[in-house]
Design a binder for this molecule. Structure first.
Ligand code: ADQ
Length: 489
């Protein structure tokens, strides 16, 4: 396909992800209001004009009655979205349980739950059963809407069982699966009681994609060590059948950020922020409030920097914007309290009657406000303990073409592999190293900042989300054609 240039028709793309890209709010028995929730994946796929995309996923609300389900399905159809209805108990076991309590921490090297082992083992099995059941429900909706020639693109750790469910029903379906988190070392994946079942299911896809080459390599070694299969430079082979495994690093819609900076509203906001923090260097952290983002470690490193550099006390401010997520999970509630406690202590210690060194906000910012903040920042701090890629680092770079600020970036974020040459890479666990990197970044001469920024800006503006999606789908199409040719010979 690629070699012949553009297709004469638009190929249909079924994007299957746990959540639909819209939030639904019920207004009456049969009326709903919908709002597009723009995230990395949404903007990546909105920009892909070559395909006619439909979304399949959970709408994030419990809709027990048929009237409500019918009305929501109709409203979503206008946004090219198709809902999967999951009941509350299933969401609890599948989403809160297996996805967020087991796979998420394990894939980020935080281990398996440590509570009472017997209870964990018992609940582990029921959560895994719920996971499989939910994945089958996603598959049923895909099967219902699938038309021959469609491409089915499954996303993330929530849907590792989906490729198998789909291929069992229709072995000719073109199925790709992409993981947005890291895939851990096979030594970590081995701990998972359902390790083999998940690997075997993912291998049913025609192509399996990761953000980095390292994650792809970890996946292939898990398949060779745990399943005894053969790893090849193209992927994993099982009795003559090849599953292609490759790295497809995601990007952002950089133009959207660059253009936003010209908006009047954003310019006004930039001026206000500059006036508000005049005479001080601005450091910024933007994260979902999650264990993997290393927020306490980041703030402790900033405290150490202040401790060791009294000359900076009234000349620097850290703005930490943390969107709360998974607020019903006790570990996340504990993390929120821990962050508040540390911020309070540091502000008490280094603040004055008129200024505090840390402004911590527990909320999300709208797109324009976020762009303005990125633009006025001197040093961005991305100190994830592990992160599949980390789009905040890309967004910051896209908004920095006039200021040329410095990015301090965790070596455990996938982005370290693409922005490593321009950023200051740190081990987020080493608070002393992060503190001294803060000092280095704040004092960095303009020519070094320019050189580092240029490297990152070029990368961010040439490796966009649109390109990421097009590469994945085109490789999926090619892989299927090559497999057909192999079976013909
Ligand atoms: P996330 O863990 O959500 O994504 P990230 O890639 O940084 O992490 O994306 C977060 C998105 O949310 C960014 O677009 C950012 O602007 C936005 N955001 C974060 N905090 C915000 C705030 N306070 N206000 C407004 N917006 C905020 C997962 C993986 C990542 C991977 C992506 C995409 O964990 O590693 O990069 O998917 O594959």
């Amino acid at each position: 396909f690629e070699k012949q240039g553009k297709r004469p028709y638009k190929q249909r793309l079924l994007v299957v992800a746990n959540r639909l890209p819209v939030s639904a709010v019920r207004r009456g028995e049969d009326s709903w209001s919908l709002e597009i929730s723009a995230g990395g994946l949404v903007s990546a796929l909105l920009g892909v004009k070559e395909f006619e995309a439909r979304w399949i996923g959970w709408a994030g609300v419990n809709v027990p009655d048929e009237t409500g389900q019918r009305a929501l399905t109709k409203a979503l159809a206008e946004k090219k979205c198709i809902p999967v209805f999951l009941d509350e108990e299933l969401v609890h076991q599948y989403y809160n349980g297996y996805c967020n309590n087991i796979l998420w921490p394990l894939f980020h090297y935080l281990g398996l739950p440590q509570e009472d082992r017997l209870a964990t083992t018992r609940s582990f099995q029921s959560q895994f059963d719920a996971y499989k059941k939910a994945n089958q429900m996603f598959a049923d909706v895909v099967n219902e809407h699938y038309e021959e020639g469609d491409v089915v693109w499954c996303h993330d750790y929530h849907l590792m069982f989906l490729p198998q469910c789909l291929k069992e029903h229709n072995s000719g379906m073109k199925v790709g699966w992409f993981l947005h988190t890291p895939f851990p070392s096979s030594e970590i994946h081995r701990m998972l009681p359902s390790r083999s079942e998940l690997l075997k299911s993912v291998l049913c896809a025609d192509i399996v994609g990761f953000h980095t080459y390292d994650y792809a390599r970890h996946f292939v070694s898990a398949c060779t060590r745990i399943l005894g299969l053969e790893g090849t430079p193209e992927g994993v082979e099982d009795q003559g059948k090849l599953t292609r495994v490759a790295a497809f690093p995601i990007g952002i819609d950089s133009d959207r950020f660059i253009k936003a900076l010209e908006l009047q509203d954003v310019q006004k906001n930039i001026k206000e922020l500059e006036a508000r923090f005049a005479g001080r260097k601005v450091m910024l952290g933007v994260d979902r409030l999650d264990m993997i983002k290393g927020i306490p470690q980041k703030i402790l490193a900033f405290e150490k920097f202040l401790e060791e550099n009294s000359n900076w006390h009234d000349q620097v401010v850290l703005l930490q914007i943390a969107v709360p997520t998974r607020t019903d999970v006790p570990e996340y509630q504990k993390l929120t309290s821990q962050v508040h406690e540390i911020v309070g202590r540091i502000n008490g210690r280094f603040g004055t009657l008129t200024t505090v060194p840390i402004h911590h906000l527990d909320r999300s910012l709208d797109f324009n406000a976020l762009c303005a903040l990125y633009a006025v920042t001197d040093v961005a701090l991305v100190t994830s303990l592990r992160d599949g890629m980390n789009l905040v680092s890309y967004e910051f770079v896209a908004c920095q073409d006039s200021k040329k600020g410095v990015l301090i970036l965790s070596e455990f974020a996938g982005a370290a592999q693409s922005l490593g040459a321009g950023a200051i890479l740190v081990n987020p666990w080493n608070i002393t190293e992060v503190a001294s990197s803060i000092g280095y970044a704040l004092n960095m001469p303009a020519d070094e900042r320019e050189k580092r920024h240029r490297h990152n800006f070029t990368h961010v503006t040439t490796h966009t989300s649109q390109e990421w999606a097009e590469m994945f789908i085109s490789e999926l199409n090619d892989t299927v054609v090559e497999a057909q040719l192999r079976t013909m010979h």
